[in-house]
Ligand binder design. Sequence first.
Ligand code: NAD
Ligand code: IPM
Ligand code: MN
Length: 346
Amino acid sequence: MKKIITLPGDGIGPEIMDAALSVLDVASEGQFEYEIAEHAIGGHGIDSQGHPFPEATREACLTADAILLGAIGGPKWEQSEVTPEMGLLQMRKVLGLFSNLRPIQLNETLIDRSPLKPEIVSGTDMMIVRELTGGLYFGEPKWEKEDEALDTTQYSRSEIERIIHLAFKQAQNRRNHLTSVDKANVLSTSRLWRRIVNEIAPQYPDVHVDHLYIDAASMKLVTHPKDFDVVVTANLFGDILSDEASVITGSLGMMPSASMNEQGLGLYEPIHGSAPDIAGKNLANPMSMIYSITMMLRTSFEEFELADKIEAACEAVMARNIMTKDMGGTETTESFTQAVITELRK
Ligand code: NAD
Ligand code: IPM
Ligand code: MN
């Protein structure tokens, strides 16, 4: 019996979590046994337990076989001293979730949903490997005064080495091409990053490596997306590049991710946020959460058939133009989810 900790969080988080769990429930019948324990995070943690990453949540996560997170944050807590985002970052740090894999896979039947030209996006299949527990997000000192503020970007050799090795291994399991993205023309952390990539490269002679500056990479990502296989980059650059890459698939609401620690614990979450503009309106696309679950099934549980079955059902439904609004459809979260469930029961 696998123990899955669910952290629905704020805004559309609980809506897409409910939808995706109901899909898992129907799909897994008789195939995969699991138990779910739900815990608070983000704004919900602040409101219910006075902390965005409550002690009970932390303890539960430490005993989990896998963790599913919806989304955190929202206008209600923007001005708070302690924010939902702090809880998310603390969780990543405490659990040691140093690597964040963000796949950008284009379903060819949905090619017309991208605002980009079909000939540009066709054939896109890339994996953004984002460093998740270092860099500008976590560097000290960090402070804010009335008229001045400071953030620090720091990376140690070991922090860079472990994410670079992971990215090379990803490339070996894909199309043997690694693009490292940095700002080595300006930043010293980037120069160290680039030096370490070049030092490690000979250990993976079957992988072709190239380097791009973040500004040029941002352009190339949407003009030549199929030139990329694995992209490895620092925390902040990966955050931005992956939201940009979502336009290739048509919507941020399609984008899952997997965060892993050195012990192999996985946390799976959409790359998007709590979408306050559509929260509570039954409009959210649950695909990001469903794909997060299929990443969990494959990565944490080796349930490949079950993951394939769920994705095939979703894709069959979407191929019939049954989609939520963000993808140009007319379905609600619930009606789309119901269509997937009906497809699974066929
Ligand atoms: P957002 O990702 O929440 O939303 C950006 C846009 O994408 C919005 O128009 C939203 O409606 C749309 N969108 C996102 N997910 C969607 C889905 N599943 N279906 C349909 N449309 C979807 O970004 P934001 O508005 O800049 O941030 C809102 C809050 O979320 C902030 O508090 C931010 O800090 C937080 N946030 C949390 C996470 C996380 O939990 N991992 C990630 C990003 C942002
Ligand atoms: C993400 C989010 C978070 C990040 C925020 C909410 C702290 O944007 O998961 O991509 O920047 O990592
Ligand atoms: Mn982000």
